[in-house]
Design a protein around this ligand. Structure first.
Ligand code: S3P
Length: 176
């Protein structure tokens, strides 16, 4: 079964998914990268030209496909994937879902120089992250089977925590 990582922008989904996939010797799939391939342009540009609703339609279609891929993968999702009920249901039914929990303060520290995320290109990105956290934290919790904190620890410590919660052991080096 696929493992899916959910959480706010900056919570480490892509980095941790890649590392977790390496550890388990399974594939890594990044939803935002696949969406960008399909759009043929960066998500930020697509948002500007076509609006958020159109982006969410494509995100839903890509998630549907990703979560049905045979074999085992670690899937990194976009931060807004939980906004649609259909996505929340598909994730929960088809994947073991891990919510990477991080405080808005830590996220705004990590993302202070970010220019790629369309929803954070506002006068007060810190306030925006607080709003996003309040609106989405309940949705992430509703969707996730496991909650893992990613505030202070290193990537390896977070990966170890996820493996422990999912009761998985890293693949042996050289095997598979
Ligand atoms: C979004 C998060 C982004 C990307 C898009 C929308 C959001 O992904 O899907 O810009 O609504 O929070 P990351 O969480 O990887 O930044």
């Amino acid at each position: 079964m696929n493992i899916a990582l959910i959480g706010l922008p900056g919570s480490g989904k892509s980095t941790i998914a890649r590392q977790l996939g390496r550890c388990l010797k399974v594939g890594y799939l990044d939803s935002d990268s696949l969406i960008e391939k399909r759009l043929g342009c960066p998500i930020k540009k697509y948002f500007e030209q076509h609006g958020e609703a159109s982006f969410r339609d494509i995100e839903e279609a890509v998630l549907d496909e990703l979560t049905l891929r045979p074999g085992q993968h670690v899937v990194s999702t976009g931060g807004g994937v939980v906004l649609r009920l259909a996505n929340r249901q598909r994730l929960r039914q088809r994947c073991r879902v891990v919510y990477l929990l991080c405080t808005p303060q830590e996220l705004s520290r990590r993302l202070r120089h970010d220019r790629t995320r369309p929803l954070l290109q506002v006068d007060d990105p810190q306030a925006r992250l607080h709003e996003l956290f309040s609106a989405r934290d309940p949705l992430y919790r509703e969707t996730a089977h496991y909650v893992v904190e990613t505030g202070r620890p290193t990537v390896s410590a977070v990966v170890a925590d996820i493996l422990a919660q999912l009761n998985l052991v890293p693949a042996q080096p050289g095997r598979g």
